[in-house]
Each structure stands twice: as C-alpha cells, then as structure tokens.
Design a protein around this ligand. Structure first.
Ligand SMILES: Nc1ncnc2c1ncn2[C@@H]1O[C@H](COP(=O)(O)OP(=O)(O)OP(=O)(O)O)[C@@H](O)[C@H]1O
Ligand SMILES: [Mg+2]
Length: 493
C-alpha cells in the first residue's frame, strides 16, 4: 500500500517543498508517524536505515512552525556534528516552501559565528548536545518556546553518555513540549530514556521481517587477521565499488588502513573523531564528490549519514555490537537502492557473527575470500565487460585507424590481451604497515546478547561522527584499478 503525502494532512507550502525534493510517496515510517506527530503525540519511531526517518520527524515539525514568530520552536539533537549538518540541510529543504529558518550548531565551529547566526532568529536549531548546552548557558539560545524536541539516533546518544546533557537541555524546555525519539535500533535501555523524558509515548515500529534492509546483500568472509588487507584489496579490485566505506575498529586502525590503501594505489581517506572538524568535513566532501572512492571510518561515520552512491560496505573488523552492524551496513542500500555488505571474521570472532545474525534476524551468506588467481580472473571479467560496454555506448570511430595500425603489426588476440592487461590491476606488493588488531574477547553464546546490569557500554574511542551533503555530482574516475559499472558481489561464494 502506498501513501500520498496529501493524505497525511500536510500544508500546501510543505507539499510544495516535498515535490521539489522529488518525494512522491511517503515511506512507511513517514506514513505511520506523521499523522500522530501532527497531533502532538510523543513518539518513539524505529524503522530501518535509509527509510526516511529525518523527513518523518521533519515534515510535521516544519509544518507546525509559525514563521511569523521569531522564537525558536523546534530543536533536534543529534550525536555528531556531521549528522547535525545533514539533518539541518534536509529540514531546510522541507521548510523551503514555508521559508522556515533552520540553523545547525555544533562543537568545533567558531562560537561567535554561531552567536551571530542565532541573531537571525532561527525557528529550528539542529545541534550536538554539548554545544547546545553551551549556548543555553551563555543565554544565546532560549528554549522556553520550544514545542518539539527530536532526539535523532537516540540510542547512540545514550551510548555515548550524552544522557545528562540531554536531560539538562530538556529541563530548559516547556513541560508540555512534544518529544520524539528516532533510530533504526532501539535496544532495551532506551525505555528508561523514554520513561524519563516522554509522556505516554506511542511506539511506532515499522514492521519488517528483518532489522536490516532486504536490498543489502550481506556476506561474511572468514579471514585470518594477517590476510585481511590482501582480501580487502582483492575484493575492491573485483567488485570495483562506485563508493565504498571500510570500517575499522579503532582510530589507529583507520589511519593505518587508509595509508595502506593509498600506498597500493586506491583513492582512500580516513575519518574519525580525532581529526579536526575542517578535516572531517573536507574528507566527507571529497567522498561525496567522488574524488576519493574509499572512505575508511570508525563507527564515527556510521550513524545516520546519507551519502548517495555508496554501493559497498566492508567491515574490515567485525563491529562489537549488533546495533553498530545495522548502522554500518545501513550506509548503503538507502532510499530503495541496492547495496552489498561484507564482514570479515577472524576464526576467534565467529560467535559475534551469530549474535549479529540473531539480532538482525537475517543470515549472512558465506563468501570464500578470493585467491590471487580468482582476483585476477574477476578483474579480467570486469575488464571484458568494460570493453563490451564501451563498444555498446561509445562512438569508436576516432580510434579505428589506430586500431587498424596495431592489427597490422600484431594479431587481434595479442592486441586485446594487452588491453585487458592494462585494465587489470596486477598484484602490488608495496609494503604496508598494519598493526594487528586483537580479536574481540570470546563470547559465550547463551549470554552474548545480555545487556543486563551495566546497561550501555560507553564507546571511548570514537566520539564524534561523520557528515552530510548533497548527492555527489560528478562520477570520479579516480583510482588505478579498472572500474566496471556493476558490483560483482556474487562472483565469490
Ligand atoms: N518519501 C521519500 N521519497 C523519496 N526519498 C525519500 C523520502 N523520504 C526520505 N527520502 C530520502 O531517503 C534518504 C534516506 O533518508 P534518511 O537519511 O532520513 O534515512 P534514515 O531512516 O534516517 O536512515 P538512518 O537510520 O541511517 O539514519 C535521504 O536521501 C532522503 O532524502
Ligand atoms: Mg537518520
């Protein structure tokens, strides 16, 4: 069943924006939450990654803004700076028809610039907890007229230990405000947050058989720690992703991996919470534009980021908890597009695979790591496909004379073989440095999903997260390896 936005009671000004954004039908989470939200109900919204939760809270929030007023009426709290920027951009687009003013404020940006921007009387603020609190304390933000508060990626903010900050922020808002919590994952501890901050919350869980999007093909590969890098490069060569994200467990890991990939001729850069804000934003921008095609990230870049064109996600290290897995692979397969996710598992970490599968209710398919020969063969096939595509789509007239000349000197098979060789990335043994990552502690299966007692584990090594931005414009042709237009994920099983 499809739902049209006009059946949800949205104003014509907002309808105009949605049309401009190319939104034709509401996604299930939008269809189910927008009417409730328009009635000012408190809500917990859980739906798969990439299914439009931002607009689900954004559309009704924007629709209720009184643009004749100059007070802040809505606030969205997000766990990372990049996500705050991305959400504010989406809200800006939704509010374009009504001329709603949206401002993002986050750490790592000049506070005086933010104070100046606040003087333009934004209707909605989108920000990270620390910086919002900072402005509240400086009295540069007043929240006494807030009618809607959204906690995007609520479970992650709990994870990151933002609960006290959020509580302080909420204590400055009117008690009769509407509070909305959204995430693709809502593990048990989120209930406590709901009880604390919400009034009779309606829980909307978009019914799905699996927690992950069916459009993402999920594989795992059993790989020894020391072979991981070779396997990764072979997969990259065979699958030639348009844009890929490689997740590593720690910041050091991300630094070493992106450096190693560069040494082997890939256009890769790393992103994690230790980089400056300017660097993080520039890495993301390059990735979106396609001037780098492999983004190496800690979980930092996982939550909420919406980058179109990400066709492959590689979990170089298996994530520590199933929620991270869901969010990591959810960077592909967004808004109805297909994607491929591949997870490397060292023999000692096998139990983690089962925990993930149990939580997501979906089995990953086993893929054999490609051997060197298979990798070369796979690339050859990709090169052949590329040549055939070129024959189909290009006007080759200009090259015909040179081709004839070559064929006068050599037989056809030799000439074509040479072209194939040039389109194939041969084994590259440039030495790289990659410290061994210790395997995760063994898990006893029967208690592996147990979150009792300690509640949520804080993540101490990657605090802030990655960014925003529009769909990338040009198609980067970078990288030394041949690229074929379609992922070849199914060649190895
Ligand atoms: N009704 C719609 N029609 C078409 N595209 C949509 C619609 N709603 C949202 N989108 C687009 O789908 C993409 C994913 O949306 P969004 O980032 O809100 O997903 P999400 O559910 O918040 O995912 P995550 O759990 O990863 O945060 C965005 O590019 C968004 O603009
Ligand atoms: Mg989101």
């Amino acid at each position: 069943m499809t739902t049209k936005f006009q059946d949800l009671g949205i104003s014509s000004a907002t309808m105009k924006s949605l049309k401009r954004m190319g939104f034709e039908e509401a996604t299930p989470v939008q269809a189910q939450t927008i009417p409730l939200s328009l009635e000012n109900k408190d809500l917990i919204g859980q739906a798969q990654t990439g299914t439009g939760k931002t607009a689900a809270f954004g559309i009704p929030m924007i629709d209720k803004i009184d643009t004749n007023s100059t007070v802040i009426q809505g606030i969205v709290i997000a766990p990372t700076r990049e996500l705050a920027i991305q959400v504010s951009e989406e809200l800006y687009k939704i509010g374009y028809g009504k001329r709603v003013r949206v401002l993002s404020i986050f750490g790592g940006q000049d506070i005086n610039r933010q104070i100046r921007a606040l003087k333009n009387h934004p209707h909605i603020i989108v920000g990270t907890p620390g910086r919002i609190l900072d402005h509240i304390n400086r009295k540069t933000i007043r929240l006494e007229n807030i009618s809607t508060v959204v906690l995007d990626e609520a479970d992650e903010m709990l994870n990151m230990g933002f609960i006290d900050d959020i509580e302080s922020i909420l204590s400055k808002t009117p008690a009769e405000r509407q509070t909305l919590l959204f995430s693709a994952t809502m593990p048990a501890p989120i209930q406590r947050m709901a009880e604390k901050f919400m009034k009779d919350p309606q829980i909307v869980r978009v019914k799905a058989k699996e927690m992950t999007v069916p459009l993402i093909d999920q594989y795992y590969l059993e790989v020894q720690e020391k072979s991981k890098f070779d396997v990764l490069t072979r997969l990259l060569n065979i699958q030639s992703p348009e844009l890929a994200i490689v997740f590593g467990r720690t910041k050091r890991r991300v630094d070493e991996l992106s450096e190693a990939l560069n040494l082997r001729g890939y256009m890769a850069e790393g992103i994690h919470g230790d980089l400056t804000q300017a660097k993080r934003m520039s890495v993301l921008r390059k990735f979106k534009e396609g001037s780098i095609d492999v983004l190496v990230a800690t979980d930092v870049a996982a939550r909420g980021l919406d980058i179109s064109g990400v066709t492959h996600v590689y979990n170089f290290d298996i994530p520590q908890d199933p929620e991270s897995y869901v969010h990591r692979i959810g960077r592909t397969g967004r808004a109805g597009k297909a994607g491929v996710a591949m997870t490397f598992i060292t023999p000692r970490e096998k139990s983690y695979l089962h925990v993930v599968e149990k939580t997501t209710k979906r089995k990953m398919e086993r893929m054999k790591p490609p051997t060197l020969d298979e990798a070369l063969e796979g690339q050859q096939k990709a090169a052949m496909e590329k040549i055939l595509q070129s024959i189909e789509s290009n006007n080759l007239q200009f090259y015909k004379q040179a081709a004839e000349e070559l064929l006068e000197q050599q037989d056809a098979a030799t000439v074509v073989a040479a072209v194939l060789k040039m389109l194939t990335k041969e084994p590259d043994n440039t030495p790289v440095k990659l410290s061994e990552e210790k395997p995760l502690p063994m898990k006893r299966e029967n208690r592996s999903n147990d979150r009792k007692g300690g509640g949520y584990r804080g993540r101490n090594n990657n605090n802030d997260r990655g960014g925003s931005y529009k769909p990338r414009q040009g198609q980067g042709q970078g990288g030394k390896r041949p690229s074929s237009s379609k992922p070849k994920s199914n060649s190895y099983r």
